[in-house]
Design a protein around this ligand. Structure first.
Ligand SMILES: C[S@@+](CC[C@H](N)C(=O)[O-])C[C@H]1O[C@@H](n2cnc3c(N)ncnc32)[C@H](O)[C@@H]1O
Length: 481
């Protein structure tokens, strides 16, 4: 395979992915490097509290959406606010800033980790500093030899030929056994996602971080793990395109990150996060973040929640687990294909690749609600539209099963909310096989059928798309018990 690199690409890629930043350490200033921030940060999150930017995902919303709800609902220090799809913690941070106890539920272990770290305001700055100094010492030689970014532009045809030659040799099915975070992992091929030299550095760095972990300071370990995880995308061959992960590409070519200053970026990110700790207000709140599914809130008792707010997965094929594949594998949060699949089975079925034989509900096992008559009709229409196309993912099934999962979820929310309390969420409608699915309206109707007494539907904004004849929208739905 021919690799064709140019200096220009290097410059442009750095500008594209990295933001300037006040660095904690003179040496890094001199190096001219800027630390990584993920390029898909939701604009409204910026400027609220620096911790929001440690790692965030697209399809979040502004903290002010949460603050407004808190004041409309007159929540106070004795109230409990739930975000059942807490992602990387936006709502819980906002509830803490408003002096309200928050609790989140999240199914992706890396998002959960980010949410946990970002909402743990009791962390000891002294202990973090101690760890930073130890890491900096252990990495001094590696940092000195870290080198610079080297990007190459490779014709897509070369990459395809290369990958199919690997496949022909059967190597693509082989997994590699690696020791990650102290345990053996059976890692699938990541070679198209991250270049071998960069991967090697990332693995070495992970092992070093692990070797310095102290068992008694769990939150310091997690803090460092988040710094590590949050730089991986920046040194990989991938980037976020809106809410979906994709290869870095230019017309008919892919941009490959061949070399990257992994150690230096990690230390910069850790230093930046350490700096941000100074902006965290004093607070007695101790939010509880739960790793699990929003379809099963059995850790919460009946009528214990004063308000719920979220942005659930939309019916739009975003794969929240695959988006963080590098972070999950390289932090040892997932150790095999089997574990990844197990996690996928737990997500709201908003992606055709998350439909398995083991979790089929369509068409025979749908909830006994009137709204499912409409949903079945929509699924049939989607099937008809799909017949015009050649590829065969099961979109009709996905549509129905998304609403099956969301029904279980809305039932659970109804159970845990106090009487008179509300559930407020932002959701988009969908276009499946070019067929419009009014996801927002249907979710509101499900709410009323499972027992909510009131439904308020407010337009939030429209979303342009060149792929459909119609404009998609986002809506705020408020269900009151
Ligand atoms: C639209 S995002 C939420 C974004 C969040 N408001 C933020 O600003 O970070 C949806 C989240 O739901 C999570 N998720 C998907 N299925 C889930 C499930 N069954 N239970 C809990 N979380 C789930 C995804 O991993 C993702 O983090």
């Amino acid at each position: 395979m021919t690799l064709r690199g140019t200096q220009d690409n290097t410059k442009r890629m750095e500008q594209e992915t990295l933001f300037p930043q006040i660095l904690p350490d003179e040496e890094f200033h001199k190096s001219g490097h800027v630390p990584p921030r993920r390029s898909n940060e939701f604009a409204h999150n910026l400027g609220e509290l620096p911790v929001n930017n440690w790692f965030s995902i697209v399809a979040g919303y502004s903290g002010s959406f949460v603050s407004d709800s808190i004041s409309n609902w007159a929540l106070n220090k004795d109230s409990l606010l739930l975000d059942p799809f807490s992602g990387t913690g936006t709502s819980i941070i906002s509830s803490m800033l408003n002096g309200v106890q928050g609790t989140g539920v999240e199914a992706n272990p890396f998002h959960y980790l980010a949410g946990l770290v970002k909402t743990d305001w009791s962390i000891s700055k002294d202990q973090v500093l101690e760890r930073y100094i130890a890491l900096k010492g252990a990495l001094s030689l590696a940092v000195a030899n870290d080198g610079d970014f080297a990007w190459s532009e490779v014709p897509t045809t070369d990459i395809k030929a290369h990958l199919s030659s690997i496949r022909a040799r059967g190597a693509n099915n082989r997994k590699t056994n690696l020791i990650i975070w102290g345990k053996e992992s059976n890692v699938p091929h990541l070679t198209s996602w991250i270049s071998p030299k960069v991967l090697e550095k990332a693995l070495d760095l992970g092992n070093l971080i692990f070797s310095l972990e102290g068992s008694e300071t769990g939150n310091v370990n997690r803090f460092v793990q988040l710094a590590y995880g949050s730089i991986l995308m920046h040194v990989s061959n991938m980037k976020m395109h809106g809410p979906k992960i994709a290869y870095r590409r230019r017309k008919s070519s892919r941009i490959i990150c061949e070399r990257a200053p992994v150690y230096m970026l990690f230390l910069q990110k850790l230093g930046m996060m350490m700096d941000d700790l100074n902006s965290i207000p004093k607070n007695e709140l101790d939010p509880h973040m739960h790793l699990g599914s929003a379809t099963d809130l059995s850790h919460l008792t009946d009528e214990s929640v004063d308000g719920a707010i979220t942005s659930p997965p939309y019916l739009n094929e975003v794969d929240y687990l695959d988006n963080t594949r590098l972070e999950l594998y390289l932090l040892g949060l997932v150790r095999s294909d089997g574990e990844m699949r197990h996690l996928k089975e737990r997500l709201i079925r908003a992606n055709t690749k998350h439909l398995f034989k083991t979790n089929r509900d369509y068409p025979d096992n749908l909830p006994d609600l009137d709204v499912f008559k409409t949903i079945k009709k929509i699924s049939s229409q989607v099937r008809l539209k799909g017949k015009e196309r050649s590829w065969g993912w099961d979109h009709p099934r996905m549509v129905a099963e998304y609403f099956v999962d969301m029904t279980s979820h809305i039932r659970e929310i109804y159970r845990v909310l106090k009487r008179g309390a509300s559930y407020r969420f932002i959701v988009g409608d969908s276009a499946i096989n070019g067929f419009h699915v009014p996801t927002d309206e249907i979710l509101g109707d499900i709410g009323i059928e499972v027992g909510f007494s009131k439904k308020l539907v407010e337009p939030f904004r429209s979303r342009g798309s060149s792929r459909h004849r119609f404009k998609l929208r986002e809506t705020i739905i408020t269900l009151t018990k």
